[in-house]
Design a protein around this ligand. Structure first.
Ligand SMILES: Cc1cc2nc3c(=O)[nH]c(=O)nc-3n(C[C@H](O)[C@H](O)[C@H](O)COP(=O)(O)OP(=O)(O)OC[C@H]3O[C@@H](n4cnc5c(N)ncnc54)[C@H](O)[C@@H]3O)c2cc1C
Length: 311
């Protein structure tokens, strides 16, 4: 380990986020010999939650964990500094950016790539945090088989929530689909859900509490028009209320769309010179590993051109 690593706080490029977009940007930046730092809460990102990946070129079938291990192995070949930390603040400087982390570190760089992906929206109700991993989950793909033969609830009324309810109906005798608003999905999907006898739609209802002992035992729901409250006996709560892009820390100077995604052009440039973005945190519509990786590569190549032009 080089003892000088970590002392140098000014970089040419800082990449924030170590998912497929950030890791690929790291490889491209290192190959361009840019003095770069990658700051990430953890290396891997969302693929760590994917049990099976069947659409990343070169692998017909691979688990998310294994794919991330391969990405990490590849990164080791390059001279890229990596810090495990969470960025909480970014501010523009006269000639670059100041980046602050939750652990109190401060870095600066002439260019930035934001590749912080997206996170599942929380319900924000009592019991949600306490029972996370003990019945409360965000991943039907990972956890549906664990609830075989049990009653479960799905929170949300978007495409993903409806798909999750259908997926769960393959395992569970009763699937409550709890949505505060009318479903937002295509008609074919809505029809499929309506025709599935194991799905019990509760539209116009909101989950107000998740209760249990060691594991989830019930959800309390409230009818939003009548204020009537009901308890539903369930062993699992699948929170499928959508995702939010992790873009808060740049929202005071970078243009976002209505969903909170960072708006980029086809070169990964944002409206702010020197600030690039890639992957699920951006307005690029398709959220996939191969797309995030490609966008990360583009952002790094264009950041490199930006840095050369500034010299
Ligand atoms: C369960 C599941 C299954 C999936 N299956 C597939 C599949 O089969 N095929 C496919 O192509 N795609 C799949 N996806 C989608 C795919 O994983 C994403 O599109 C892809 O990971 C996006 O990459 P990203 O680098 O943009 O963001 P992410 O993977 O979200 O990575 C973002 C990184 O940034 C870090 N970060 C966030 N905020 C900060 C901060 N403030 N400071 C520092 N670091 C931060 C995070 O910790 C994370 O490491 C799946 C997703 C999920 C959740």
């Amino acid at each position: 380990m080089n003892p000088n690593l970590g002392r140098q706080k000014a970089f040419e490029l800082i990449i924030i986020g170590g998912g497929p977009a950030g890791m690929t940007a790291g490889v491209y930046a290192a190959r361009k010999k840019i003095r770069a730092l990658l700051i990430t809460k953890e290396l891997g990102g969302q693929p760590l939650k994917a049990p099976i990946i069947e659409n990343y070129l070169g692998y017909q079938y691979i688990s998310g964990y294994e794919l991330v291990e391969k990405f990490k192995e590849h990164l080791k070949f390059f001279d890229l500094q990596i810090k495990n930390d969470e960025v909480i603040k970014v501010n523009p400087l006269k000639d670059g950016f100041k980046v602050e982390t939750v652990s109190g570190r401060i870095f600066s760089a002439k260019a930035l790539i934001v590749a912080t992906g997206k996170s599942a929206r929380q319900l924000g109700v009592p019991g949600e945090k306490e029972f996370r991993g003990k019945g409360v989950t965000h991943c039907a793909t990972c956890d549906a088989p664990l609830f075989q033969g049990q009653a479960v609830a799905v929170a949300g009324g978007e495409t993903k929530s409806l798909e999750t309810a259908l997926q769960l109906a393959n395992y569970c005798p009763k699937v409550y689909l709890i949505s505060p608003h009318p479903w937002v999905a295509n008609e074919i999907l809505k029809k499929k859900v309506k025709n599935e006898p194991k799905i019990f739609p509760l539209t116009g209802y909101q989950i107000i509490e998740i209760k249990g002992y060691q594991f989830v035992e019930e959800v309390k729901v409230k009818n939003l028009s009548t204020a009537e409250e009901r308890s539903l006996p369930v062993k699992g709560v699948f929170v499928e209320s959508g995702y939010k892009p992790n873009s808060n820390f740049v929202s005071h100077f970078v243009k976002l769309n209505q969903k909170g995604e960072i708006i980029v052009n086809c070169q990964g440039e944002t409206n702010y010179p020197g600030l690039f973005a890639a992957g699920d945190v951006t307005n690029v519509p398709d959220k996939q590993i191969i797309i995030a990786a490609g966008e990360g590569a583009k952002a790094a190549l264009n950041a490199s051109s930006y840095l050369i032009a500034k010299k």
